[in-house]
Every structure is written in C-alpha cells, then in structure tokens.
Design a protein around this ligand. Structure first.
Ligand code: ITT
Length: 190
C-alpha cells in the first residue's frame, strides 16, 4: 500500500526514504499536488505530528504519516523543542544555531537530545512512534552534511557531529531512524 509523508522538509523525506523506501512506497506532498503550509500550533511533538496527519486526512482522505521533531537542550529547559524550526522567529538555521549557541554560552552542561514523534493515520486509526538520541552540543559548527542542528550535535559514543556523518551513518542511529524503524516494524505486522 501507499502512504503519504506529510512533510515539506526534503531532508526528512530523503532520510525516511533511505530508511524504509525500499520496503514501502512513500508518496511526498508534491506527489499528491499539495503545496499547503500545514498548520503546526501544538505545544508537544505528538500534537504537532497529529496535526500534520489530521490535515491530510481531512483534506484528502488519505492514509499518511507525519514527523514532528526537534532538539531539546537540557540546560535550556528543553528548548528549542517544538520551536526548533523557528527558534529565532525565522526558519533561517544560521540564526537559529547562533541563538542557541549564544543562549548556551560557556555553560559546561551541553547535554541535549533529538526527538522525533511520528503520527500514523491508517484505516481510521491513529498511532504514534517515537525515537530519541542523546548527545551534546559543541560550541561551534562542524561538518556540512545533514540539516538543521546537525553541525552542532554529537551523539553519545561518537566524536563526530551528525553533519560530519554520511546519510547512511546518521540513518543507523538517529532519532528519526529509531522512530521510522518502529513504524516499519508495525507496518510489517499488517
Ligand atoms: P515539516 O513540518 O514539513 O515536516 P519542518 O522542518 O517544519 O518540516 P518540524 O516542524 O518537525 O519540521 O521542525 C523540526 C526542526 O528541528 C527542523 O526544522 C530542524 O531544525 C530540527 N531537526 C529535526 N530533525 C533534525 C535532524 O535530524 N537533524 C537536525 N535538525 C533536526
């Protein structure tokens, strides 16, 4: 069967296709001719992920899944969290990363985690799948792969940032990979 992935983020689409694209057929929003800016007004990843799938279900009546994700920095009380994409008030990641590094200053506690919550809407039922990865924030960017906050995040057990890893390497361990593998395992039981 086909599932629409409710995202406008081409990096997410590329990662998810690389993880499960050969096992399930994933359609993008552009494949179904949707260029809408889907509202995201929740205060949790779960709420926002479900808003993405609810929107597509209401508008197109399609089975679909959506990913809401972000970075939670412990010493910033979990910021930027659900506001990761627009932390500085814009979607400019240069500014978002600058603001994060500025707020973190030289605090020794650099602990952070990435989280992904996937909402799946299938045959009239709602499901959630979650993935997290623990790590820490550097005081400057390293690497030019990946997207978002990847240049400043080093996962536990590694000495390179996500932006210094290949897509394959990031996709083995990332928050998104963990959530997507749970989604795939569930779909395999159907
Ligand atoms: P869609 O809502 O269309 O899926 P988006 O980019 O707006 O795309 P989110 O609302 O989930 O996605 O915002 C997540 C933000 O968190 C994203 O823009 C990045 O800045 C950051 N982020 C999420 N996953 C990440 C990853 O794997 N690596 C680095 N940053 C990530």
């Amino acid at each position: 069967f086909e599932l629409v992935f409710a995202t406008n983020n081409k990096h997410k689409l590329e990662e998810v296709q690389a993880i499960i694209g050969d096992r399930f057929h994933i359609k993008s929003l552009s494949d179904i001719g949707c260029s809408d800016d889907i509202p995201e007004t929740g205060v949790t990843f779960e709420e926002n992920a479900q808003q993405k799938t609810d929107y597509l279900v209401k508008r197109y009546g399609l089975d679909c899944f959506g990913d809401d994700s972000g970075l939670e920095v412990t010493s910033l009380g979990g910021e930027p969290g659900v506001y990761s994409a627009r932390y500085s008030g814009t979607r400019d990641m240069e500014r978002n990363i600058d603001l994060l590094l500025e707020r973190l200053g030289d605090t020794p506690d650099r602990k952070a985690r990435f989280r992904t919550v996937i909402s799946l809407y299938l045959n009239g039922q709602q499901y959630f799948f979650e993935g997290t990865i623990e790590g820490h924030i550097l005081d400057a960017r390293r690497g030019d792969g990946g997207f978002g906050y990847d240049p400043i995040f080093v996962p536990d057990g590694y000495d390179r940032t996500f932006a210094e890893m290949s897509l394959e390497e990031k996709n083995k361990i990332s928050h998104r990979a963990v959530a997507v593998e749970k989604l795939a395992a569930f779909l395999n039981t159907l």
